[in-house]
Design a protein around this ligand. Structure first.
Ligand SMILES: [Zn+2]
Length: 134
C-alpha cells in the first residue's frame, strides 16, 4: 500500500527534516496546527502503535523531550501538546505511526484543530532553526 511517509523515507517526497537517526526521522507537518508542528516517525512502517513492540515504542517516545525542547527554542513556542492517533476513527490520516509534537504560544490561543498552510520557504527556515537547537 502506498504510504506518504514511506515515500518521504525513500526520498520520493520532500520533507523539512529536523531530526534523523538510524531508526527514526522527524519533520515539520505540512499543514501545521501551530507553527513548528512536528511529526516523529519510526523508519519501519507500522500502521498503529499496537503493531510495534514495546521497546520500539519506548525508543520513539524517548526522543520526544529532545525534539520538543528544540522546537520550543527554534520556533519560540511557550508550550507543546503531544498527540498520537491510531485508526481512522481517531483521525489518523496517514497510516504510518507518528507522534505529533504541537507547539503552543501564549499569544495565539488554543485552537486544537485549525490547520495552516505555510510556504515551503517558511517551513525550510523553521526546520533549520529547530535543527540548530537539537
Ligand atoms: Zn509507511
Amino acid at each position: 500500500m502506498a504510504c506518504i511517509f514511506c515515500d518521504i523515507l525513500d526520498g520520493k517526497l520532500d520533507a523539512h527534516v529536523v531530526y534523523e537517526d538510524k531508526d527514526h526521522i522527524a519533520f515539520l507537518d505540512k499543514y501545521p496546527i501551530d507553527e513548528g508542528h512536528t511529526l516523529v516517525i519510526p523508519k519501519k512502517h507500522y500502521e498503529r502503535i499496537t503493531d510495534m513492540d514495546s521497546d520500539d515504542v519506548g525508543k520513539i517516545f524517548s526522543l520526544i523531550p529532545k525534539i520538543a525542547k528544540a522546537i520550543l527554542l527554534g520556533a519560540g513556542a511557550d508550550a507543546f501538546s503531544l498527540a498520537q492517533n491510531n485508526g481512522k476513527a481517531a483521525k489518523q490520516i496517514i497510516p504510518h505511526v507518528h507522534v505529533h509534537i504541537i507547539p503552543r504560544y501564549n499569544n495565539k490561543g488554543t485552537e486544537w484543530t485549525k490547520r495552516q498552510i505555510p510556504s515551503s520557504d517558511e517551513l525550510s527556515k523553521l526546520a533549520q532553526k529547530i535543527k540548530n537547537a537539537i
